[in-house]
Write a protein that binds this ligand. Structure first.
Ligand SMILES: Cc1cc2nc3c(=O)[nH]c(=O)nc-3n(C[C@H](O)[C@H](O)[C@H](O)COP(=O)(O)O)c2cc1C
Length: 181
């Protein structure tokens, strides 16, 4: 049975996927991110104005969104524990990357998928800002797409955030195909 609880923070119902956002030469993890529209292709990230990335988002032409595997969860924890104001995270943590083609953010070699997003809009919602980008470039790791055009659950173990610095992944044996309706 569910019970009502007194709450200070409401958003601790997990899991959530984590993406590493690249802006300029900096990266930071976000658990708050989502597709917004298919046509035009829009992706949204929610960033606190306390972040160095927030300053960069207001200067640069867009951002990248990098999706990492469970085996690389340490990169998420490290880059989410320090600020680009004081640290060159890409260099200090030795994170291999290439520059984006259309925006200044980086694409990480270890990502199993990534987007480049050009600035589309920005709007304040309470204590976070929703930055929406138009997806202009998509990357996907070779050999992980099946002949049915979906990501193969046996070839990718995504990093999933379970709250309080805990990371988990999916058990591909638990996958179910259930037709709608
Ligand atoms: C798993 C995880 C998820 C996070 N999600 C968000 C988020 O959605 N939005 C946000 O503003 N900060 C989020 N953070 C905090 C920033 O990533 C963190 O403060 C980072 O060090 C900021 O880096 P910067 O100052 O270089 O931009 C998250 C951190 C972690 C570890």
């Amino acid at each position: 049975m569910l019970k009502q609880i007194e709450f200070k923070k409401f958003y601790y119902i997990f899991p959530q996927t984590v993406a590493l956002i690249g802006v300029g030469k900096n990266i930071m993890p976000v658990a708050w991110h989502t597709p917004i529209s298919a046509d035009p292709p829009l992706y949204g990230i929610l960033v606190s104005p306390k972040r160095f990335s927030f300053e960069l988002l207001n200067k640069e032409n867009g951002f990248t969104v990098n999706f990492l595997e469970y085996k690389d969860a340490r990169i998420i924890a490290r880059t989410g524990g320090v600020s680009g104001r004081e640290h060159n995270k890409l260099k200090e943590f030795n994170i291999a990357h290439i520059p984006g083609k259309k925006v200044t953010g980086v694409i990480l070699d270890r990502a199993y998928g990534a987007y480049e997003c050009e600035n589309f809009s920005v709007q304040k919602y309470g204590d976070h800002f929703l930055f929406i980008g138009r997806v202009v470039q998509v990357y996907i790791k070779e050999d992980i797409i099946t002949s049915q055009g979906v990501v193969d659950e046996d070839r990718v173990a995504p990093a999933i955030y379970f709250g309080k610095d805990r990371y988990i992944t999916l058990d591909p044996r638990k996958i179910q195909f259930i037709k709608r309706g």
